[in-house]
Ligand binder design. Sequence first.
Ligand code: NAP
Ligand code: MG
Length: 493
Amino acid sequence: MLKNKEQERLALEFSQGWSYAPAPESTDHVQLQERYSLFIDGKFVAPSSKKYFPTVNPATEQVIAEVAEAGKKDVDKAVKAARKAYDEVWSKMPASERGKYIFRIARLIQERAREFAVIESMDGGKPIRESRDVDIPLAANHFFYYAGWADKLSYAFPNRRPRPVGVAGQIIPWNFPLLMAAWKLAPALATGNTVVLKPAETTPLTALKLAELIRDSGLPPGVVNIVTGAGATGAALVSHPDVDKIAFTGSTEVGKMIQRAVAGTNKKVTLELGGKAANIIFEDAPLDQAVEGIVNGIYFNQGHVCCAGSRLFVQESVAHTVVRKLKDRLKTLIVGDPLDKNTDVGAINSAGQLKTIRDYIALGKSEGAEFYESPCALPQAGYWCRPTLFTGVSQSHRIAQEEIFGPVLSIQTFRTVSEVIDKANNTPYGLSAGIWTDKGSKIFNLGQQMRAGVVWANTYNKFDPTSPFGGYKESGFGREGGLQGLAPYLQFD
Ligand code: NAP
Ligand code: MG
């Protein structure tokens, strides 16, 4: 009898699918203040407005800390500190010494990697597996990589006498908070510039942790200043007359505003903007690997990735199989607590972003595309979106043209190589693309014809500090990473 009951229980468990036991990462080692000030001239200082705003954990909706809102006066103070540090210390320091400071920052990030990873997941909602294995190690690697260039600029640009630009204003988004800070700070410091950095409103905490670490590293005061706030703080930095260069990563809309704001000034600008990448699966591709690549490309980091493979093009002969395999895979994705080591898909970054994604899902349905979502349960509190896909999408649908920035995939089919090239390039964006095929010749052909800054072949979302990254068309201009990432922070004879 008992045996039958046990068999029944096992059968039920089997039919419902088995699940992992919770495996939450500990937060005991994390040290956070209740309130953060602005990091200006090597010290934490209160904002002149005395205003603070909360930063919340999007998985729980709980306030984690209060953060200072920098106004025009504070931005001015930060720019003045950066100018003074540039004139008096940083521009006069031998490049090899500069490099040592950058190495030290890289090592300190490695030492505190676990704390950074947990804070990144708490403040932004991304799974700990990603912040631990991708964001934080890559951030440290960017500092290591650019530290090495500091005293080798004349080899990087022979016969061109590279010189720093001066004071750089840097504005970053919320999807890779510490990594974007590293992408900005490391090359700027290696090339001898000083910096005022503005993190995104919803994810300021790892940048502020980095400020503590920079202070502890002994970097001369004023070389790096970090001013938190919302869009107005960024706008104040862009329009400040004593900033020599603006480096911006964010939406195309704000990128265009910045370009208008600096028109007619001497400011140098680089813009890393939105994307709507094509991920292309040919019939000769290893389909199971391709399905993993699709999942990694769009559901990774909740689709909060500028280069996300949000448009899937599948060759008609294998479309049915790929969509079936993809739906099966969606059912197994674990959505939930970002701090759980088994979680595949974490929380949507903010209530505002969740609304944007929901509006696009409703739009896709009303445009007539066929909707499918993972049947997974969602937590009660927090901002969540199930991994979702649309089939029967056509080129003119807005869900095939506009950046959604969420775990929403639009799927189209194609028959010939020239057809898929036309379709893939038919978007205002051009940040990245993916190609899955068994044939090297197809990879070379498509790789050359894609109007995209990065083209991955039989993989997706792979990053390395030595590779340049950046866009075509409305995805922006300028490159970050690699040797190419040095040039935007230099002037030449
Ligand atoms: P966003 O709204 O453009 O914000 C980006 C940054 O600009 C934030 O720090 C934001 O502050 C600030 N900002 C807002 N208005 C501003 C203004 N008028 N002047 C100066 N700064 C201003 O973008 P997001 O929604 O945070 O980020 C998502 C976008 O970033 C997506 O489009 C994505 O594709 C893009 N992205 C691109 C790359 C790349 O390398 N190409 C990488 C990552 C993300 P607040 O956050 O406080 O509003
Ligand atoms: Mg937050």
